[in-house]
Design a protein around this ligand. Sequence first.
Ligand code: TXA
Ligand code: MG
Length: 349
Amino acid sequence: MATRVLRVNPRRPEPWVIREAARVIREGGTVAFPTETVYGLGADALNPEAVGKIFWAKRRPADNPLIVHVDDVAWLGRLAERVPGEALRLAERFWPGPLTLVLRKSGEVPDITTAGLETVAVRMPRHPVALALIRESGRPIAAPSANLAGRPSPTTAQHVAEDLMGRIDLILDGGPTEIGVESTVIDLTSHPPQILRPGGVSLEELREVLGEVELHPAALGKAEERRPKSPGMKYRHYAPRAELIVVEGDPERVPVKIEEIARGYRALGRRVGILATDENLGRYRSGKAVSMGSRRDPETIARNIFGVLRELDREGVDIIIAEGIPEEGIGLAVMNRLRKASGFNIIRA
Ligand code: TXA
Ligand code: MG
């Protein structure tokens, strides 16, 4: 199958590009497109056959449900059985934006889209290309991250092409994404509401609107979840090809510990990559160190995290050792992704 790539202006998308992509969606095809978080792989959420192509292209397990993307809050009333007041308050404050709401589903949503669950995940993205595509298609678009299942999420069209070239109809190249980690997923069917996946909207911001909010244990990414609430929780995610170790703890001791581990692996003849922060980059001698950004700027680290994992894979390292960062704001989402990418291979310094 031939995959076409079209460039698109991320701020003012060319109407002819959007019309072409919308035609593919309406005809039941697959289109990768930029959102403000990561690239998504889209298909008509209400067409079971089209949604099947997403699972096939990504090699995604059939029990992992998709997020349905909309361009208008009014869609909530059609996709959900009931729209609680909390959903409207959150949509008012954070939509369009990186927040996904889990609600009881209506009969309009095909079972394949929600992987047979009684709930549906809905989000309104704020990227102009994503919004224009949904609007022009005239239907909600199911879109997981546009990577092969298990790989780091794509933040550029090149990452999408690496994984999915020849497996999807079209890629819209709108340049690098802004936030770099996926949306926050919050379950509004439990009381108090529960964060299933930390992401672009922080726990602190959600508490401002909702008061009480719980963090699902797996959302911390600290340990393997035995009874996952979100089926996506139980698979190894975001993983580079190389083995990954995350070193957490006292910020003074972390670089020392990493250098010690790196030296050990190097003595065994293994090629070592180090995911460092700007502040510590110069302290590493025993591996290829790349910076994720400054410790004082977790937004930049979030934007870079998936890209640097893919970069070290391209360098052909055997093992990657990453610095942990503070779990404040979007740092919580970064640490969730790193811990999962490592398969919970975590060392405390
Ligand atoms: O930022 C994002 O959310 C990106 C962009 C493309 O919008 N999308 C994304 O989709 O990250 P995906 O499929 O890679 O991750 C969706 C997550 C998975 O962990 C999935 O299990 C969970 O949301 N999810 C989807 N529907 C759910 C539901 N009904 N109940 C619980 N979890 C659900
Ligand atoms: Mg994903």
